[in-house]
Design a binder for this molecule. Structure first.
Ligand SMILES: Nc1ncnc2c1ncn2[C@@H]1O[C@H](COP(=O)(O)OP(=O)(O)OP(=O)(O)O)[C@@H](O)[C@H]1O
Length: 664
């Protein structure tokens, strides 16, 4: 095995090889641009070469590798072989073995999963310690010896997990733990649902799974795409750097709200906010039934035949035939507008049969003319509908709403979502929940495109109707569902995964639990677990990987002193409080000369509204007045649980009012 100096030299050689790969890729772009060929091939080649050059160049100054595995004498095809593992594959010359293997390649699994009790053919596992991009140390585990060393855990892994957090989230490729690796490498066809306590690495696992799937199934997923859905924009900002560092830049990352307001649904402008009672009804899965009925009641049974004059003839589809065409299309078609098109096509086909029987030549022009002539009759029984017009009408017409929601919604529920008078779709006071309904109606009218894989983070908070919108976008693909039932804070938060998975269209997804926490230190976990016992969900408790960390409960409202106590320590500081205290607290800190930023800003001290803290983490968290956080919303205790578990190293709870008794 190499010494430290030799390893440093090898690291330099790898960097050099990577630089050659970048310039080679750039040269290829130039050559590719001058290559003759058909336009499609030239375009595809150009796109591929440019992507490769860009990906390689974006590699930047990351350490070229983080681990080395050396197999023993009885490891089959890998016998006595050694492999360096890094964020990306590095090769020196075509035909030569790679200098560094991508962490996602099958052989890398051994690095993550081998243990003294199951060495998987390995003799040694070496982990490298880097300071910036300088290799400073390594650590060897002898896995193949007859007498395995007692497991003491890796010091480098411990240091990485306990490091102070600054700035946005980082990748965890060097230290993925075995149970996390199993989720990351689950096959593409398999949908998984991960229930994990705070800080167990769900988000990290989801992002690494996206990168893994793109590596293992690049062709398929580049066509269909991978979508990551997170709870809010601050969270997306926080995770935005992870996939690019892993070499993956073509993953869509969005919130459910933005997904539904996206380019294919830009028809409404959200101008209003629903009352809680209205939002509760609109997010209820029964609305799917209401919308479906309201749409399909537009279809009626034909009362007349279709007669189309054509020169000296008149072609006919009699009333009975026409009714049968409508009934058949209704039974077969997957979407309303497709069914309507099908009826028109069948009417035209019938006219064509009659015309051809008379020896007429039915060319394209004739067929289009017949379709135009038949459309008004079809329109009368199967009218074309625009999603926003229909939704505006359902919410604006008590008769229609009551017909469509009979036995689904009671009178109070119907009242809650009714607009006082019919509105025009364009200027109606649309709300965020209406965008979810509109998406449902749009999908009833026409099927939309689907992704190859969808990753849903904080999935416990997604409403049944939002789940259906996600299910539609992953209908022909698979999903990774990440969440924690105990952190559910929306009015519709899931109580069980079985129910949520059914709404997401994947009732048989594999359910996995992660229970080792890598963020929150043991003393803070102990406090949070007390609260967990009083939450109405059945989830396993976390055990912390970390024995360090400090918990302080201070009876005071002196936030400035609390921040000043935190400032000398390394790392980020998050002041988290009930939403309506944020402006005040920001002013107080400003007056004391302490500069603060919002949760998506880049600065040392962030002032974070409780409602935006989900998924984020700070080295030092100051949780201000838990009683206010709990009182601010119906699921206030769950919110408090989220807030207490944002701390990486130190949590200070600042209060003047009694602490909620659930914390005792
Ligand atoms: N194997 C690991 N090695 C190093 N760091 C890790 C590992 N797993 C998780 N972490 C770190 O632990 C922290 C928590 O991870 P993450 O945010 O993914 O957890 P989570 O389960 O999504 O938490 P929450 O439910 O609170 O949002 C992050 O800083 C992450 O980088």
């Amino acid at each position: 095995m190499r010494s430290l100096a030799e390893e440093q030299e090898y690291a330099e050689e790898c960097r050099e090889a990577l630089r050659r790969m970048v310039s080679g890729a750039r040269e290829n772009v130039v050559v590719g641009e001058e290559t003759w060929g058909d336009r499609y091939t030239a375009e595809r080649l150009g796109f591929y070469l440019k992507t490769l050059a860009r990906d390689l160049a974006e590699e930047g100054d990351n350490p070229p590798y983080f681990g080395l595995i050396r197999y023993g004498g009885d490891a089959g095809e890998h016998r006595d072989q050694a492999y360096y593992l890094g964020r990306r594959h590095i090769s020196d010359a075509i035909g030569r073995p790679p200098m560094v293997i991508d962490w996602r390649a099958p052989v890398s699994t051994t690095f993550y999963r081998a243990s003294p009790t199951d060495p998987r053919g390995l003799a040694t596992r070496r982990r490298f310690g880097w300071s910036g991009n300088r290799l400073t140390s390594f650590e060897d585990e002898q896995l193949g010896s007859a007498e395995p060393a007692p497991t003491f855990g890796s010091e480098l892994v411990r240091r990485e997990i306990e490091r102070a957090r600054v700035g946005p989230m980082r990748d965890i490729v060097a230290t993925i733990q075995p149970e996390q690796d199993e989720v990351v490498r689950t096959e593409l066809e398999v949908s998984v649902c991960v229930q994990g306590a705070p800080g167990t690495g769900k988000t990290a696992v989801g992002l690494h799974r996206a990168a893994y799937l793109l590596y293992a199934h690049r062709g398929r997923l580049q066509r269909n795409g991978v979508l990551v859905i997170g709870p809010n924009r601050a969270f997306l900002h926080y995770i935005s750097a992870v996939l690019p560092t892993l070499g993956e830049v073509d993953v869509d990352q969005t919130t459910v709200e933005d997904l539904l307001a996206g380019p294919d649904a830009r028809r409404i402008t959200i101008r209003a906010t629903d009352e809680p009672a209205a939002a509760a009804v609109k997010h209820d899965v029964r609305m799917a039934g209401v919308l479906q009925r309201a749409l399909y009641e537009r279809i009626s049974v034909p009362e007349n035949a279709i007669v189309v004059p054509d020169g000296s003839y008149k072609w006919r589809v009699n009333q009975f035939e026409f009714a049968e065409m409508v009934a058949d299309a209704r039974a077969e078609a997957t979407a309303y507008l497709i069914g309507r098109e099908r009826v028109i096509a069948r009417v035209v086909a019938s006219l064509q049969r009659q015309a051809e029987a008379r020896g007429q030549n039915c060319n394209g022009v004739w067929l289009r003319k017949m379709a135009r002539a038949a459309t008004p009759a079809v329109e009368a029984v199967w009218p074309a509908v625009k999603a926003e017009d229909l939704l505006a009408e359902i919410l604006g017409s008590r008769e229609l709403l009551s017909r469509a929601s009979a036995d689904l919604l009671n009178a109070d529920q119907q009242n809650a979502i009714s607009w006082p008078r019919p509105r025009k779709a364009k200027t109606a006071p649309w709300t965020a929940a209406d965008a979810v309904l509109l998406d449902e109606v749009s999908a009833l009218l026409e099927r939309g495109p689907t992704y190859g894989h969808v990753i849903v983070d904080e999935a416990q908070d997604i409403s049944p109707m939002q789940c259906r919108a996600i299910a539609r976008r992953s209908e022909h693909g698979s999903i990774t569902v990440l969440g924690d039932l105990a952190q559910g804070t929306t009015p519709w938060a899931a109580r069980t995964w079985a129910e949520q998975l059914a709404h997401l269209g994947k009732p048989s997804a594999e359910q996995v639990a992660l229970t080792t926490g890598y963020r929150v230190p043991a003393s803070v976990v102990e406090l949070a677990n007390r609260l967990l016992r009083s939450l109405p969900v059945d989830v396993p408790q976390t055990t912390s990987f970390r024995s360090d960390g400090v918990l302080a409960i201070t009876e005071s409202d002196d936030l400035v002193s609390a921040v000043q106590r935190a400032l000398p320590h390394e790392g980020s500081i998050g002041v988290i409080a009930a939403d309506d205290r944020i402006a005040d607290l920001t002013d107080t800190l400003k007056a004391a000369g302490i500069e603060t930023v919002a949760p998506d800003g880049d600065g040392r001290v962030a002032v974070v509204p409780a409602s935006l803290a989900k998924g984020l983490e700070y080295d030092h968290v100051i949780a201000v007045e838990p009683a206010e956080i709990v009182e601010a919303e119906p699921r206030g205790l769950n919110r408090l649980y989220v807030i207490l578990t944002r701390a990486v190293s130190r949590l200070e709870v600042l209060h003047t009012r009694p602490l909620p008794r659930e914390l005792d």
